[in-house]
Design a protein around this ligand. Structure first.
Ligand code: ZN
Ligand code: ZN
Length: 285
């Protein structure tokens, strides 16, 4: 399958603390790839919406707070870019909303913003712990790590119950770090039941999941989720499926998208979904 005509609905620009790329550079790249739809989804971490003073001194891998300002910057800028690039690309103003369950008030404020076309609901960390990117796994026993993953899915289930997003982000996020970086194999069969419950909630809410292709170009080497879990979602009646590279720079935009579209087709999906003005739009694959 060729990349032309497909979608990339999970990307970051310099409005995210972990990206230095100008939005224009990302947009121009998306135009050159001839995507049907392209979404900017900068980070908005609900548990770091206010300044550090609000939370007190929190030891954390991130020293970035004030996501209220980052959020406003990205949404107002990308809204302007939609006008500027009108007719040249189907540009989607989105957000990757992290940890909604840690501050429902903040999450509700963002979810009500009618400038947003699209919301990815993500979970990057547990309460009272670091982002999974920064946890020092060598300080944990194997069972300790498995408990962290279990807590992750419990929190993800809560996020699905809140449900005011369109697509659940990278459902196997923890594997990027635990398997990919720390090289510790996670027994995913332990979590199949709760993942099924998450899928059922999403399906009932009329929302969906993404295949996040970033794992393919990272040490982990597979997408989030891989074909096995994607098939579970399909068997349960899941239809809404987005694709995103999670690119933080223009050169990664679109990477893995055609491969994962092919994987989706093999798993029985006939359409990809993107969101415009918070409404699902479908693309045949
Ligand atoms: Zn993420
Ligand atoms: Zn992301």
């Amino acid at each position: 399958m060729t990349l032309k005509g497909l979608i990339d609905c999970h990307t970051h620009t310099h409005f995210s603390p972990d990206s230095a790329e100008a939005p224009e550079k990302m947009i121009e790249k998306a135009i050159s790839l001839e995507l049907s739809a392209y979404a900017v989804t900068d980070h908005c971490e609900c548990n770091r919406w206010y300044s550090i003073e609000h939370y007190g001194a929190v030891e954390n891998g991130y020293d970035t707070y004030n996501f209220d300002k980052d959020y406003e910057r990205t949404v107002s800028y990308i809204t302007k870019m939609k006008e500027k690039y009108d007719g040249r690309i189907n540009l989607i103003c989105g957000v990757e909303l992290g940890q909604a369950t840690h501050d429902y008030e903040v999450a509700d404020t963002v979810a009500k913003d009618n400038r947003l076309d699209f919301i990815i609901g993500s979970m990057h960390q547990l309460k009272n712990n670091d982002d999974f990117a920064f946890i020092k796994y060598e300080n944990y026993t194997y069972e300790g790590i498995m408990s962290l993953v279990e807590e992750y899915y419990e929190e993800l289930y809560k996020l699905c119950c809140w449900g005011k997003f369109d697509i659940l982000g990278h459902i196997t996020y923890t594997l990027r770090y635990i398997e990919g970086n720390a090289g510790i194999k996670v027994d995913m069969s332990r979590y199949e039941e709760i993942i099924r419950e998450c899928f059922k909630k999403l399906i009932n809410n009329g929302t969906g999941i993404e295949i996040n292709t970033s794992g393919l170009r990272q040490r982990y080497g597979r997408p989030f989720p891989d074909k096995e879990l994607l098939s579970v979602y399909k068997e349960l009646g899941g239809e809404i499926l987005s694709l995103g590279s999670d690119a933080h720079k223009a050169e990664d935009l679109g990477k893995g998208i055609s491969q994962c579209a092919e994987m989706a087709r093999e798993a029985g999906f006939k359409y990809l979904t993107y969101y415009k003005n918070r409404k699902a739009q479908f693309i045949k694959i």
